[in-house]
Write a protein that binds this ligand. Sequence first.
Ligand SMILES: [Zn+2]
Length: 82
Amino acid sequence: MDGYCAVRMKLADEFATAARLYADAVVRLTTANIMPQAQYERCREAAEVAGIRVAQASTAFGEHVSLHHCAAIPAARGSQAG
Ligand SMILES: [Zn+2]
């Protein structure tokens, strides 16, 4: 089907999920005014790991799209509309 790429959908879903998990981890880390040191370290580490996952998912998505050209209508085709 034109405009549909199953790999892009999968990578986009992973990217979006990773970003949500990262946001959750950052909220947990930053909304508590004060917490035990051990808990703080765990939250900080979780946020860091989640951030790395976002970067990896972003790279995987970007690399696939740039190689496969499946995220947007090519400029030549898009400019013909209207
Ligand atoms: Zn693709």
